[in-house]
Design a protein around this ligand. Structure first.
Ligand code: AKB
Length: 318
């Protein structure tokens, strides 16, 4: 069995990924790391958790060596909205942190480095409808620029040093867990506010269409790419998507379950970020090269989110 190290393990994706990895690979083979104290869920599951700031290259290398790590999943990142509030923090974590992980992976001969990229790697000059896997990438957010850096450096280390680098351009990822610092987060908060207050004020405009996927599909794509046969891969970074919708379409779908739900719109700086991102993605490269196929469509996502969020809030809506 391989040994895995996960950075940024208590983020929205990490809290779903770590339990799924433990189930798949065994508790003793998954080392979760992060800058803060372990979250209660990790204590409950007896997760092996080590404190790590990815900017600390010595701490990172010690963990890799002491735990005999084979594969790194590098999730630590400042997301789009937080990044615009603090570009300097985003630069130090997203650029310097990634460079440390990349260099440690090369020097310590890590078998595979997986890092999420994002739809944020695209920008206003990209064709924004059915965005191809290979196209213009001129993002305007610090987060998006860091994702282009990650993709290009990962590809460079693959060509120059043979590092087995792989990345997925995640769209907005939907799960009942509370998200933090992203632009696509509205599509989760809307469920919290609908269930608690029957109304939501959206920070994006009514017609801003963005690609999204359910967490189960995000985890599926991650495991599928990590386990894909290298000989089949013609790219290092892949578009993946599950659905695309606007806030208004999502509100209409929620109304089928909560007829009294209302939404209004007060677009802020995140609206401009969202307008510079793809509305939908062409994920045919992932489908053709490693068999990617999403499982959860829009009409199943809405009741799944209502069930999940209502459970977390202890509110019954049926
Ligand atoms: C964000 O909104 O910043 C993230 C992303 C799309 O990468 N969810």
């Amino acid at each position: 069995m391989k040994k895995y190290l996960v950075t940024g393990s208590y983020g929205q994706i990490g809290v779903a990924l770590i339990p799924a990895m433990i189930k798949k690979y065994g508790r003793e083979n998954v080392i979760a790391t992060g800058r803060k104290k372990p979250i209660p869920l990790f204590k409950e599951l007896d997760v092996i958790y080590r404190r790590l700031d990815v900017r600390d290259q010595f701490g990172l290398r010690s963990l890799i060596v002491e735990n005999d790590i084979d594969i790194i999943i590098h999730n630590a990142s400042v997301l789009s909205a937080t990044g615009e509030k603090n570009p300097q923090l985003a630069h130090s974590i997203n650029f310097e942190g990634f460079y440390n992980v990349l260099e440690a992976s090369r020097e310590l001969k890590i078998e595979q480095l997986f890092t999420p990229s994002s739809i944020a790697a695209f920008g206003p000059t990209t064709p924004l409808v059915n965005t191809p896997n290979t196209t213009i990438m001129e993002p305007t957010s610090i987060y998006g620029i860091s994702k282009v850096y990650i993709e290009l450096m990962g590809n460079y280390y693959n060509l120059k040093y043979g590092l087995n680098f792989r990345a997925l351009r995640y769209p907005g990822v939907l799960s009942p867990e509370e998200p933090g610092g992203g632009t696509t987060d509205y599509a989760i908060w809307i469920f919290y506010e609908a269930l608690k207050n029957m109304k939501y004020t959206c920070f994006l405009g009514a017609d801003v269409r963005l690609p999204m996927m359910m967490m189960s599909d995000c985890l599926k794509s991650t495991f599928d790419l990590i386990e894909a046969d290298d000989a089949k891969l013609k790219h290092r970074s892949y578009n993946v998507t599950g659905m695309s919708f606007t806030p208004e379409e999502l509100a209409n779908a929620i109304r089928k379950y909560l007829p009294d739900f209302t939404i209004d719109y007060e677009p802020d700086f995140r609206n401009a970020i969202a307008l510079s991102w793809p509305q939908s993605l062409d994920d045919s490269a992932a489908r053709e090269e490693w068999g990617w196929e999403p499982e959860l469509p829009f009409d199943k996502m809405v009741p799944a989110m209502l069930d999940g969020v209502s459970q977390r809030l202890g509110i019954s809506y049926k």
